[in-house]
Design a binder for this molecule. Structure first.
Ligand SMILES: [Zn+2]
Length: 132
């Protein structure tokens, strides 16, 4: 699924051992980032395959849904999958964007499990992909 989206959106994937430096994020745990302007995803090439796959799904989630106000509003009351440090993700809008990206990574990994988690967000993801 992810390869199909990458191809359709023409995203360039760059791998690096130091994504925090390439992404200019002051957090050594950062695994990747998406640059809208250049349509590039930078991810760590040094983590295990399943982690890389999740990071890739997460960044593609950003590529697909950055600026989607409806979805940002919708996820506001949903739980965070992981803790986003307030020093970096200092607004609720940014946290919501991270939630959306995590949710998309979950969806990409197992659509049927994600459908149980949130049928309504599942529908939005499904429609978006169908109409790429
Ligand atoms: Zn993110």
């Amino acid at each position: 699924m992810l390869q199909m989206i990458i191809a359709k959106l023409g995203i360039v994937i760059l791998m690096t051992a130091t994504p925090n430096i390439s992404c200019k994020i002051d957090n050594p745990d950062v695994g990747g980032c998406y640059y809208k302007q250049s349509n590039e995803i930078i991810i760590s090439g040094t983590k295990d395959t399943s982690t890389n796959e999740f990071i890739l799904g997460h960044e593609i989630g950003h590529a697909l849904f950055l600026g989607n106000k409806q979805l940002e509003k919708m996820v506001n009351d949903y739980p965070e999958i992981r803790y986003y440090p307030r020093s970096i993700y200092n607004t609720q809008l940014k946290v919501n964007q991270e939630k959306i990206a995590d949710y998309f990574a979950m969806y990409a990994k197992s659509p049927s499990d994600f459908k149980v988690f949130s049928p309504e967000i599942y529908q939005i993801f499904n429609n978006k992909i169908k109409n790429l």
